[in-house]
Design a protein around this ligand. Structure first.
Ligand code: GLU
Length: 289
């Protein structure tokens, strides 16, 4: 009995020691190479983008990608030493952005990714590289929702992993209006928009840039009510703790504004959508943490 117990203790201690060793070498591995170092050495990056949001991140029928986030990602990658053909784009849906960064499936994320207090606990954010504002889109013939406060009691889309529904139904820090509404689940904003069109919900409320993209993709079907009520700071998602990469991407974003590229890209993707384009100076960056 005594021997067995002793053996069990030794076993546990050995397992603990092995576990610690494994942990130690794992963290050494991740700490050994930051994303900015990997970019410099390998000239390759895996970047998470949306695949279903017109004007921001969209997979084209020919397999290519287009949108503002895609172009910003290419610009920043180039500044880090990675040419366009060194980028592998991966679909980052709202609900898997944190786990993709934490698990190393992607190096960086450019996917309409608002910097929020809750997410800052899990992610290091570069930027913001642009500030959107939450607005509301309804069917073109809907006259009942004219202001954000009219969303009370209405059927709103709740895209999995996204923060936008919370801005309506909850209060600060990550909410805003704190008004009751019924949420209808969807897996993405393209599904929200399809459900709005089909009459399965009353409104899609999310970033004006996202709504502008859908409204101009499907002209005549929807209207954006133009009652913005938040600042959505689009951050560049980085694995928590990689502040070296955060500083480097911020340098790239500063340059993107100084050389006029930010304005050119905003105009390329959003002119004609009715959005006011102001992209002359970079937004104030969040601390890299
Ligand atoms: N920017 C908002 C968010 O990050 C809505 C868009 C999205 O989920 O991608 O939650």
């Amino acid at each position: 009995m005594r021997v067995r117990r002793f053996g069990a203790v030794i076993g546990a201690a050995t397992a603990l020691a092995m576990g610690l060793t494994a942990c130690g070498s794992d963290s050494e591995k991740t700490e050994a190479k930051t994303v900015v170092q990997k970019a410099k050495d390998d000239k390759k990056l895996v970047i998470g983008i949306k695949y279903d949001q017109p004007a921001l991140g969209l997979k084209k029928p020919d397999g290519g990608f287009e949108g503002f986030d895609v172009d910003v990602a290419k610009y920043v990658a180039k500044e880090l030493g990675v040419p366009e053909n060194g980028i592998e784009f991966k679909e980052a849906r709202s609900e898997n952005r944190e786990s993709f960064l934490g698990g190393g499936q992607v190096d960086l994320i450019f996917a309409t990714y608002s910097i929020t207090d809750a997410r800052k606990q899990q992610v290091t954010f570069g930027g913001p590289y642009v500030v959107a504002h939450q607005d509301t889109m309804v069917r073109a013939d809907d006259n009942k929702i004219a202001k954000a406060k009219d969303l009370e009691g209405k059927r709103l889309c709740k895209a999995a992993g996204s923060n936008s529904y919370r801005r309506v139904t909850e209060g600060p820090p990550d909410g805003q209006l704190n008004i009751p509404a019924k949420t209808v689940d969807a897996s993405s904003y393209s599904e929200c928009v399809a459900k709005l069109k089909a009459g399965a919900l009353d409104a899609v409320t999310t970033d004006d840039l996202i709504l502008a993209g859908f409204a101009s993709q499907q002209k005549g079907s929807f209207k954006v009510i133009n009652d913005p009520f938040t600042d959505e700071k689009y951050g560049i998602g980085i694995k928590k703790g990689d502040t070296e990469t955060c500083e480097a991407v911020n340098k790239a974003v500063t340059k993107m504004y100084q050389d006029g590229t930010a304005k050119t890209l905003m105009e390329k993707h959003f002119s004609g959508t009715g959005l006011k384009i102001e992209a002359t100076t970079a937004p104030t960056f969040e601390p890299c943490a």
